[in-house]
Design a protein around this ligand. Structure first.
Ligand code: S3P
Length: 176
């Protein structure tokens, strides 16, 4: 089958839902941030700090290109992978694109809960709160997150229920 790619802002549950879908569909899950970290042997925050965001986007583009073209995967890219038109094009061409949305307050709570440093959220104007930064970047990227085959709001539902919704939608697609 075409791979499923779960796009969405940080904290929308791409990796968590990806893991559950991979289990349910007996497919392999690939977390593209993890691939970059392993291949570069350094955390993403270090790649940003040492080489800058552009370099990270190049590395991200390279993994998107390599993995999106493979079948039978559940792919969880980083939240900014949709920024490049070429990435969105590759995703649309080879994958079923599932977009995860969540309210900014929910995103804030989730990103505060894990200790991953997210450079995009640390890069704030003086006096700007993390919530305001989330709202700002989310608004800029929203058109990219709307380019999807299926859009799901993950703010209030448990991950198992979200997985059920994706599976039901996939079954319906298969029947059409
Ligand atoms: C980013 C999201 C992060 C990671 C990097 C940049 C972004 O991934 O790729 O910090 O630009 O939104 P997650 O969405 O998995 O947190």
């Amino acid at each position: 089958m075409r791979s499923l790619i779960l796009i969405g802002f940080m904290g929308t549950g791409k990796s968590t839902l990806g893991r559950v879908l991979a289990e349910r569909l007996h497919l392999e899950q690939v977390d593209l941030d993890e691939v970059v970290v392993q291949e570069q042997n350094m955390p993403i925050s270090d790649i940003f700090a040492r080489y800058g965001e552009e370099r990270f986007r190049e590395l991200e583009h390279d993994v998107v290109r390599r993995y999106a073209a493979q079948p039978n995967l559940i792919i969880s890219p980083g939240g900014g992978a949709v920024l490049r038109e070429e990435n969105r094009k590759v995703m649309r061409e080879y994958c079923t694109v599932i977009s995860l949305l969540a309210r900014p307050e929910v995103i804030l709570e989730r990103v505060n809960r894990d200790e991953t440093v997210r450079p995009v959220l640390e890069n704030r104007k003086p006096g700007q709160s993390k919530l305001e930064r989330i709202e700002e970047v989310l608004a800029q990227r929203m058109p990219c997150y709307q380019e999807a085959d299926f859009i799901l709001d993950t703010s209030d539902a448990p991950v198992e229920l979200l997985a059920e919704q994706v599976l039901a939608w996939l079954n319906q697609q298969a029947g059409e």
